[in-house]
Design a protein around this ligand. Structure first.
Ligand code: ADP
Ligand code: MG
Length: 286
């Protein structure tokens, strides 16, 4: 693998999230009410508490409209909470920071820029130096996500899945400890999605980043996550936090395991609002 330049590598893939590591993100009674002009206010997120450890992979799942995007935007600092506070490395967030990168549901590439220039956009915007090292890294990342050879192509020449890979490369081009991903694979076909799940796990294992990942897809959440935050319908709040006790490394075959099925069914039961189903899971909670 070529993707190493200046990266920290995580320890072993199994059990890499360690209780001794610090909490990188702490949400303390975080709530958000939107107050649109001329419309009734909307409570999007009711008071939420959550701690996310350095290097952890945490997914948020919940019904549409339950406030997942709002929560991710709150974490990123793009929007501010109506109540409570969010600590990032121990300091309250007051706005967006260059230390977290966000992948949106759609790739949002600039159509007039070549793929390599799209990936390099954050480096150019933030005037990170030395530019040449970052460009090498951008090329390595494009190779890592399977886009070697497409550096000089324009976004319109790439399929949706390829564009999304480019957006992921862009999110990884400089060292943010935290990567926030809002349903990044939702628009992709099932096969591409599975490929990208495997790639994302690989990237996460190589870089040791903290990832907060929003998805509708239960299997995807179980496959990828150390913990899954299951949210209730609007106004969203945390219904349950599950630790996924399936050993790593995981692969697509993992989805056939009995434990994988049990955890998925447990989450499905919760999302379909059958509280009784929650009782016979035995999945560890935090
Ligand atoms: N900018 C906004 N102004 C007003 N209401 C909003 C805004 N963004 C989201 N909402 C509302 O907040 C709720 C949660 O939205 P969102 O966080 O996008 O949910 P999810 O990502 O889980 O589908 C929804 O009812 C939505 O209509
Ligand atoms: Mg959303």
């Amino acid at each position: 693998m070529t993707f190493q330049g200046g990266m920290e590598t995580a320890g072993g893939a199994v059990g890499r999230v360690d209780d001794r590591r610090g909490d990188v993100l702490v949400l303390e009674d975080v709530a958000k009410t939107y107050r649109p002009a001329n419309r009734k206010e909307i409570v999007a997120v009711s008071p939420t508490n959550l701690r996310i450890r350095d290097g952890e992979f945490v997914s948020l799942v919940g019904p549409s409209g339950c406030g997942k995007t709002t929560l991710l935007n709150l974490i990123s600092g793009l929007i501010l909470p109506s109540a409570g506070r969010i600590l990032f490395n121990g300091r309250p967030t007051t706005g967006p920071t260059g230390e977290m990168s966000l992948v949106f549901q759609r790739p949002v590439l600039l159509p007039w820029r070549r793929i390599i220039d799209n990936v390099m956009l954050p480096v150019q915007v933030m005037r990170l130096k030395p530019q040449l090292d970052y460009e090498k890294r951008a090329r390595d990342l494009l190779a890592l996500v399977g886009l070697g050879g497409f550096e000089d192509a324009y976004p319109r020449e790439l399929s949706g899945g390829m564009q999304q890979r480019a957006a992921i490369a862009r999110a990884l081009v400089y060292d943010t400890r935290v990567l926030l991903m809002d349903e990044p694979f939702a628009a992709l076909d099932a096969m591409t999605r599975e490929e990208l799940n495997i790639e994302l796990m690989r990237i996460w294992e190589v870089t040791g980043r903290t990832i907060v990942f929003v998805t509708h897809n239960i299997a995807e959440a179980v496959l990828l996550s150390d913990r899954i935050v299951v949210m209730t319908a609007r106004p969203g709040k945390v219904r349950e936090v599950l630790s996924i006790d399936i050993p790593r490394p995981r692969s697509l075959d993992t989805m056939g395991d009995r434990r994988f099925g049990e955890i998925s069914n447990h989450i499905r039961g919760m999302l379909h609002n059958k509280p009784g189903d929650a009782s016979h899971s035995g999945a560890a909670r935090r």
